[in-house]
Design a binder for this molecule. Sequence first.
Ligand code: NAP
Length: 327
Amino acid sequence: MSENGSSVHRVVIIGSGPAGWTAAIYASRAELDPVCVIGVPRQDPSPVLPGGQLMLTTDVENYPGFPEGVSGPEMMDMFQKQAERFGTKVVNEDVQSCDFSSRPFKLKLGSGEEMLAHSVIIATGATANWLGLENELRLATGGGGVSACAVCDGALPIFRDQHLAVVGGGDSAMEEATFLTKFASRVSVIHRRDSLRASKIMQERYLSQPNAEVVWNKTVVDVLGDERITGVVLEDTVTGERSEMEVAGLFIAIGHTPATKFIEDAGIELEDTGYIKLGGHSSATNIDGVFAAGDVADSEYRQAITAAGMGCMAALDAERWLGAKGL
Ligand code: NAP
């Protein structure tokens, strides 16, 4: 099929985490000749990689089928190989913007090239949140010792045998903090409440380490240090009292924001939380022929396995939609 000489893809998948690759596996097995636009690596200020958040994860122990666990990057590599085995075409670019106002849909790539598609599956996931403090962001680049990814940066020599802090109280904070206990002399999880949000097993794994502690009811209100972090200023969320804590590294693990910037003018309806709004038990968005899957459309579960399940749903929905349109 072609329009003005350019071929129109039946389905373009944007994103390459568990949702994107699963959509690609299903769409390619359905002989829809899918194209998967996987994104390019960037610093934001921590790494954002094709393959998504699992590229920054150590062991995945809760994905069925891997009784011994599997590393996140290894798992994404397997997903990609499985999708390519059935003919998925991989494009190593970012989608910068989408025009869903006429058909076929037009996707503008980072190279400036335009890609045409009858249907689109958005599976761009989410990226790490920052506290938003001026000194936090300044020291998050160029080896300043502030990071949103312990798994990427925690093993660096500057953090060895040092006192390190992790902000957050969820599973990510526990995972990052547990990882850091292997290298640090002491790890302090700084949490704004008096109980953790993290699952019991992750809490226990962290708290069973001899060099692990939790600093309760505190927020980080400033980060100290010129070239490199030397400490943080804490504020007690109950008394409002301020104090300083010396640390040689600060890891932010306070959740994620869905990656939807490239569709901000494309008319896709979002939830109040910024996640893509889906129509009931379906992957359909408000635009006919545009589907969404994974963390970009899921503020609730955000697991590799749920993202993969949503990717499957999106491919099946796209296949049925294309069939109904005779495409
Ligand atoms: P999350 O569950 O949303 O937890 C975010 C944490 O950061 C919460 O404790 C929250 O505090 C705190 N927080 C948020 N904004 C803050 C701010 N501005 N200042 C200070 N603290 C702030 O996010 P997550 O830990 O990234 O986990 C996301 C999902 O991934 C979850 O479903 C989780 O189970 C899953 N996950 C699973 C694994 C695993 O099983 N291996 C690993 C990582 C993540 P409050 O508690 O006060 O809201």
